[in-house]
Design a protein around this ligand. Sequence first.
Ligand SMILES: NC(=O)c1ccc[n+]([C@@H]2O[C@H](COP(=O)([O-])OP(=O)(O)OC[C@H]3O[C@@H](n4cnc5c(N)ncnc54)[C@H](OP(=O)(O)O)[C@@H]3O)[C@@H](O)[C@H]2O)c1
Length: 279
Amino acid sequence: MTLSGKNCLITGASSGLGLAVSKKIVNMGASTIMLCRTKEEGENAVLEIKKDTSNASIDLMICDLASMKSIQSFIIDFKRKYSKLDILFNNAAVMKQKRTVTEDGFEMMFQVNYLAPFILMNSFLELLKNSSSHQVINNGRPSDKLRLDFDDLQFQKNYHMYNSFFQTKLYLFFSSLELARRHVSDGIIVTQADPGPFKSNLVRDVPLAGWVKNLISSPVDKAAENILFVMTSDEVKIKTGKLFVKKNERPLASYWNDTHIRERLWSITETLINKYQIY
Ligand SMILES: NC(=O)c1ccc[n+]([C@@H]2O[C@H](COP(=O)([O-])OP(=O)(O)OC[C@H]3O[C@@H](n4cnc5c(N)ncnc54)[C@H](OP(=O)(O)O)[C@@H]3O)[C@@H](O)[C@H]2O)c1
C-alpha cells in the first residue's frame, strides 16, 4: 500500500500518536504536513523521522490551536501552499487538570480538542473535495453514557479533567457525524477513530495517573497501526459518519444519532466562531 501523491495533514504531530502516525505515512510515501504547536518540538519530531527515512516528504507547519489568530494564519498559509488535501487527521488534544482559558476566552480543552478541529475540517472542505481520498479522521471516542449539557458547554459550573475532556470528544464526535451528513453528496468521508489506549504523555498534568494509565496501555506503534488501517482500508473509505474502534466498526448509540442535538451544537459552535470569519 502506498500513500504516494497524497497530502496528509496531521495535527499534534510533535509527539505521541501524531508523531507515530507521521513516521508511518512518511514511510508510505505520503506528502506529510505536520502541524506542531512549537517550532522546537516540531523540528525535533522532523529530525526523528528523517533519522530513519531518507527522501521523506515532510512539511512542518507551526500552529497553536489554542489561538484563533494562529489558526487563521495557518489556514491562510496552508491554502497558499496546497490546492488539495487527501487526509486530515485531527489528532491534537490537551488534557488539563485545572480549568484554563485561552487568549480567545474559550476553555482550553473546548478550543483545542473541539473548536480547532471543527474549524479545520470546515475550512478545508474545498481542498478535501479536490483530492482523491477526501477523508477526515477525528480522534477519540466518548462513552455512550456521556450526555451533553447545553447549559455548561465550557464547564464553568462543573469542571473535571477526565469528564470535561471526554465531553470535548463527544462534541467532536457529534460534529463528525454532522459533517458527514451535510457532505455525503460531496464524497467527503468522515471517520471517528479510537485507536485504543496507548502509552503517551497526554495525562502530563497528573503524573501519577499518567504513569498508571501507561502501565496498562499498548505501545503507541500499535495505536498508529490502527489509525493507518482507517486511513488505508477500502472498508472504511466507502462509508462516512462511522465509528471505528481499533480496526472494527462499532454501531452508533441512539443518542449520538439525535440530529436535533447535533444541529443545535453545530449552530452554537458556528455562532461562537463567526466573529473570526475563518471560513
Ligand atoms: N493516549 C491514549 O491512550 C489515547 C487513547 C485514545 C485516543 N487518544 C487520542 O490521541 C490523540 C493524541 O494524544 P496522545 O496520547 O498522543 O498525547 P500527546 O503525546 O500529548 O499528543 C498530543 C499532541 O497534541 C498537541 N497539542 C496540544 N495542544 C496543542 C495546541 N494548542 N496546538 C497544537 N498542538 C497541540 C501536542 O503538542 P505539544 O506537546 O507541543 O502541546 C501533542 O503533539 C488525542 O486526541 C487523544 O485524545 C489517546
